[in-house]
Design a protein. Structure first.
Length: 324
């Protein structure tokens, strides 16, 4: 190969690297949306969060100013955005599959939201093993853990139990889920309006689904019912939690909060309040009256079922905030 051929090959490699970087950034973004699908996340764009890494129309700076943008075969993909590839087992390399079935090309053509969790994971793990491609590995992970929420709790060692996932791939996945959680925390600091139970549940629902013990959080609000911050004040066992009004209002006073909402989860999935929940609620309401800090509600998060379409309960709606 002459010097010109080497130069052309190097430029092609740089172009491919740029697309891989862009696809990886968007894949992390899409996993964040699927794992933490609050409406405020959907209002943002990947470019706003990740900057230039989401710009697939640019080549890597190392390619030089004269290099043309590298775009995968758009004309070959067409209407493939409507459906994800079939989940049938495949032992072929992704590069040997039709363009419309390759996760990176589908992401660039259709957008990250059009991809399945297995496809997004395939972009992150990048390569497979002999007889198993990256998409197969993504499907194995989804099958093993059942949900992105469960996968997000897995350690590096746990992920490595899946064939084809070594240390580097496991670290990449753990880092992607950590970015998703960090994104959710940053969005919480953007002071959303929280003037009804459903708005607060949307903000906290997904991160509480991953907890296996009862945890009490307080949502600290200003006079306009906008979020100041969320603080965890207590953590209990599988079905028991202890919280003292002193701990609740210490955080509220420090934050100069005008109002608070008490929130905790029931790992069992049943959001029905217990006698202890009702007792604690009344104690905190009384303390709030003394301190002139309004207790707006106590929300209990669980899981929806066919018999119980609502996945939370509001003690105010149930009448426990009425004066006795």
């Amino acid at each position: 190969m002459g010097f010109g051929g080497i130069q052309t090959a190097a430029q092609s490699a740089r172009h491919a690297g740029a697309v891989i970087v862009s696809a990886g950034c968007l894949s992390v973004w899409a996993i964040a949306v699927k794992l933490l699908p609050c409406r405020r996340i959907l209002h943002l764009s990947p470019m706003k969060v990740f900057g230039r890494c989401g710009n697939t129309s640019r080549v890597h700076p190392a390619a030089g100013p004269s290099a043309a943008p590298f775009i995968w075969g758009r004309e070959k993909i067409g209407s493939a955005c409507k459906n994800s590839p079939q989940d049938s087992a495949s032992s072929s390399r992704l590069r040997d599959q039709p363009v419309a079935e390759r996760p990176r090309e589908r992401l660039i053509e259709c957008g990250a939201e059009a991809l399945s969790p297995a496809e997004l994971i395939a972009i992150l793990v990048r390569t497979g093993t002999r007889g198993t491609n990256a998409l197969d590995i993504g499907r194995q992970l989804v099958q093993k853990y059942g949900s992105l929420g469960a996968m997000a709790q897995a350690s590096v060692e746990d992920l490595q139990s899946v064939r084809g996932i070594g240390r580097d791939k496991a670290v990449t996945l753990v880092a992607a889920f950590a970015l998703a959680r960090t994104l959710a925390q940053e969005l919480q600091r953007e002071q959303p309006l929280l003037d009804n139970p459903e708005a607060i549940v949307r903000l906290l629902r997904d991160q509480n689904r991953m907890k296996d013990v009862e945890t009490v959080e307080i949502v600290l609000l200003n006079t306009r019912r906008r979020l100041i911050r969320i603080e965890q004040v207590s953590q209990g066992t599988l079905d028991t939690i202890l919280v003292h009004p002193r701990d609740v209002f210490k955080a509220a006073i420090t934050a100069s909060a005008a109002a608070i909402v008490l929130v905790h989860n029931h790992p069992s999935g049943d959001p029905t309040p217990s006698e202890a929940d009702i007792k604690v609620t009344r104690e905190i309401i009384q303390a709030g009256r003394v301190l002139k800090i309004e207790v707006l509600d106590h929300l209990i998060l669980g899981r929806a079922t066919s018999d119980r379409p609502k996945d939370y309960s509001s003690l105010r709606e149930l009448g426990y905030f009425e004066e006795r």
